[in-house]
Design a protein around this ligand. Structure first.
Ligand code: FAD
Length: 321
């Protein structure tokens, strides 16, 4: 086995970041003629494995063991460690999710192998493995070449790869037997972290109107809400809007909020700080309204309007109606 992708469960479906990790693996496999397998764990392993088997890869390993029917960092560390020791993959790919941030450092320590976390690109060049990561608010890119023998653990930042580019195929599903003593599990996890409130699932929204500090004050939030309602979009925000108490925290997009990938993301008065951008740069179309022509959001926007959102947005809603 060359590449192993560890796929995360998102309520019975493969987590979006896992789909992006499959694209990363398929692209490396194509350029280097490598084999790709994936691993699914837990009570939804049947659903996850049948979903994974529709993508172009060789094997889907399915681990169903009562000790890991739900997530625990000790349990997942043990399962992935045993699979790596048995199958000897060179590269183990993950999406850079909250769960991965929780248990993969432990796995890395157990294996004494590097964890190349939050990579935005990955290549094998003339025999060298190179992982690229953003630094200093994405102003610099750093390349890391691990100075040891494989395996290497690599997690990918949201939207580093586009899940639309996934290659379909048919993979063989294998029941994979892993056993270990229950005393290994020393931690107990609470209910899985829900990235959104019951009635606000931004992660699957097609249209998002997002409001930043540029909205000025809470009394102006209805201007953005009105636009969202007019076009049937969900409303999200940057962190200062939540910190100021203008919107509840379920609306926050970014590194400490939700990761979204809508067809259109309309950013109103958002500067484009990296902590915000990592949560929304997977959007297919980014439209930004900002009065500062040098705002970093314009570097990633497909369409930009330089101007005062308090003047533009009410007229835009009116015109759209
Ligand atoms: C550990 C950590 C985690 C973080 N997590 C997150 C996160 O999850 N999500 C997040 O968003 N941030 C997060 N941040 C904060 C982040 O660094 C930025 O401070 C934040 O994203 C800025 O939000 P903003 O763009 O709304 O505000 P600002 O950076 O203040 O930008 C406001 C923008 O509005 C424009 N503007 C002002 N008035 C108008 C107007 N009338 N019309 C049009 N444009 C106008 C300005 O030109 C400016 O570009 C985090 C920071 C840290 C340190």
């Amino acid at each position: 086995m060359d590449i192993l992708i560890v796929l995360e469960d998102s309520s019975g479906k493969i987590h979006r970041l896992g789909l992006e990790a499959i694209v990363a693996a398929q692209s490396l496999a194509n350029s280097q003629k490598l084999s790709v397998s994936s691993l699914v764990i837990g009570m939804n392993a049947d659903d996850l494995s049948s979903e994974a088997s529709q993508y172009n890869m060789d094997r889907v390993l399915k681990v169903k063991n009562d000790l890991v029917s739900s997530y625990s960092s000790d349990g997942y560390t043990e399962v992935v460690k045993q699979v790596i020791e048995r199958e000897s993959p060179k590269y183990i790919f993950f999406g850079h999710s909250y769960q991965v941030r929780d248990y993969v450092p432990k796995l890395s320590a157990r294996l004494m192998k590097p964890f190349l976390a939050d990579s935005v690109a990955f290549e094998v060049n003339e025999g060298l493995t190179v992982s690229t990561k953003q630094m200093y608010n994405a102003k610099l890119l750093s390349s890391t070449v691990p100075d040891c023998e494989p395996p290497y653990l690599i997690s990918f930042q949201s939207a580093a790869f586009n899940s639309d580019n996934i290659i379909l195929g048919s993979a063989q599903i294998e029941d994979y037997d892993i056993s270990f003593d229950s005393s290994i599990i020393k931690t107990q996890s609470e209910e899985p972290f829900k990235e959104s409130g019951e009635d606000l699932d931004l992660t699957s929204a097609d249209l998002i109107v997002s409001v930043g500090r540029g909205i000025g004050k809470q009394e102006n939030i209805p201007i953005a809400k009105d636009l969202a309602e007019t076009i049937g979009a969900d409303l999200s925000s940057s962190r200062p809007v939540v910190d100021s108490g203008w919107l509840p925290s379920v609306h926050q997009v970014g590194s400490s909020g939700q990761s979204v990938a809508p067809k259109m993301y309309l950013a109103l008065g958002i500067s484009g700080a990296i902590q915000h951008v990592v949560g929304m740069k997977g959007a297919k179309n980014i439209v930004a309204i900002n009065k500062d022509p040098d705002a970093p959001i314009f570097e990633i926007a497909d369409y930009g309007v330089v101007g005062d959102l308090l003047e533009i947005v009410p007229k835009l809603s009116e015109a759209l109606r």
